[in-house]
Design a protein around this ligand. Structure first.
Ligand code: TXA
Ligand code: MG
Length: 321
């Protein structure tokens, strides 16, 4: 199959209407999208991605009326969050109704649903009479794509079409929020920081992020977002001592360390976490392409978007067995 990159919405509509899967831009990362209401299209998503069926998919819609059309009940706190953060990098776990199949939610009673903030994809969703199920458009386990070119690198020949909407503006996947009684629970850290959610709701929220990327057994999906080149985290000066004679790529943040290193990339020389989020997956791919023995990366400040960035880097980390 020949994969075409273009920014025509009509072409994307054409493929999606015949149950093919296409890559779509969002503000977070590119998604691998198919008709969420058609089993054939959903199965195709799992197949192209080589993703296990127990890992559920996020459903994308263009407005809140459609969220209501696929769910049973919307808690007050969700409505409040939606007013401020939708469209945007926030995904809601809400009780699904019978229109959403168990295949999409992997048997869960709740569906993950969001309104992406990308003009092309919002326009695309308006033209379709079904929502789009879409995981990130990478092969399972590899770094998420933030440009159409990244999608091509991983999925060329496997899908007919990539809708090119330029580089993703946020660069990290959406934050996933869940609702239990009066509680609001963060299931995945992402593009909307915990601080912003707490400030809006005026209360502390719970963080239970462990079970979501490891839905069946912790450790089964031990590495995710992973580069092929082993990635290590720590104080850069100490890490360098650990690998004498090896070729390294430095993936720095803030003021560069002194020394003469040929492979060095910087997430944000000025120490800006939003810039680091935007560049993270791109620079991880660039670091991977250097052909070095290892990638060395510091811990970023654990506040704001730094929490989600550290989470992705921790999952990308090489695990010694
Ligand atoms: O920003 C994003 O969220 C991107 C763009 C494309 O929208 N999508 C994305 O999808 O990151 P994916 O499939 O790579 O990650 C979805 C996460 C997984 O960890 C999955 O386990 C969780 O959402 N998830 C999806 N549906 C769920 C459900 N019904 N219950 C619990 N977790 C769910
Ligand atoms: Mg993913």
């Amino acid at each position: 199959m020949k994969t075409i990159i273009n920014s025509s919405i009509e072409d994307a509509v054409k493929w999606l209407n015949i149950n093919q899967v296409v890559a779509i831009p969002t503000e977070t990362v590119y998604g691998l999208a198919g008709n969420a209401l058609e089993e054939d299209a959903v199965l195709q998503i799992f197949k192209v991605k080589a993703r296990p069926h127990f890992n559920p998919l996020i459903v994308h819609v263009n407005d809140w009326a459609k969220v209501a059309a696929y769910t049973k009940h919307i808690p007050e706190a969700a409505l409040k969050l939606a007013e401020t953060f939708c469209p945007g990098p926030l995904t809601f776990l809400l009780s699904k109704n019978e229109r959403i199949s168990d295949l999409v939610t992997a048997g869960h009673d709740k569906v993950a649903i969001r309104i992406p903030a990308h003009p092309l994809t919002l326009q695309l969703l308006r033209q379709l009479d079904f929502p789009l199920a879409a995981p990130s458009a990478n092969r399972f386990g590899y770094v998420s794509p933030t440009t159409a070119g990244h999608v091509m690198e991983g999925l060329s020949g496997l899908i007919p079409y990539i809708l090119d909407g330029g580089p993703c503006k946020v660069g990290l996947e959406s934050t996933i929020v869940d609702f239990e009684g009066e509680d609001v629970i963060i299931r995945r850290n992402g593009g909307v920081s915990i601080e912003k959610i707490e400030a809006l709701l005026g209360k502390k929220i719970l963080k239970k992020t462990d079970d979501i990327e490891h839905p069946v057994a912790p450790g089964m999906l031990k590495s995710h977002y992973a580069t092929t080149t082993p990635l290590y985290r720590g104080k850069l000066e100490d890490l360098i001592q650990r690998f004498p004679g090896k070729s390294v790529v430095l993936l720095e943040f803030g003021k560069p360390i002194s020394g003469n290193y040929s492979n060095r990339l910087n997430l944000s020389a000025s120490g800006d976490l939003e810039e680091a989020a935007r560049k993270l997956f791109s620079l991880m791919r660039e670091a991977d392409a250097c052909g070095a023995d290892c990638i060395l990366c510091p811990y970023l400040p654990n506040t704001g978007l730094g929490i989600a960035i550290n989470d992705r880097l921790q999952r990308a980390q090489f695990i010694e067995v």
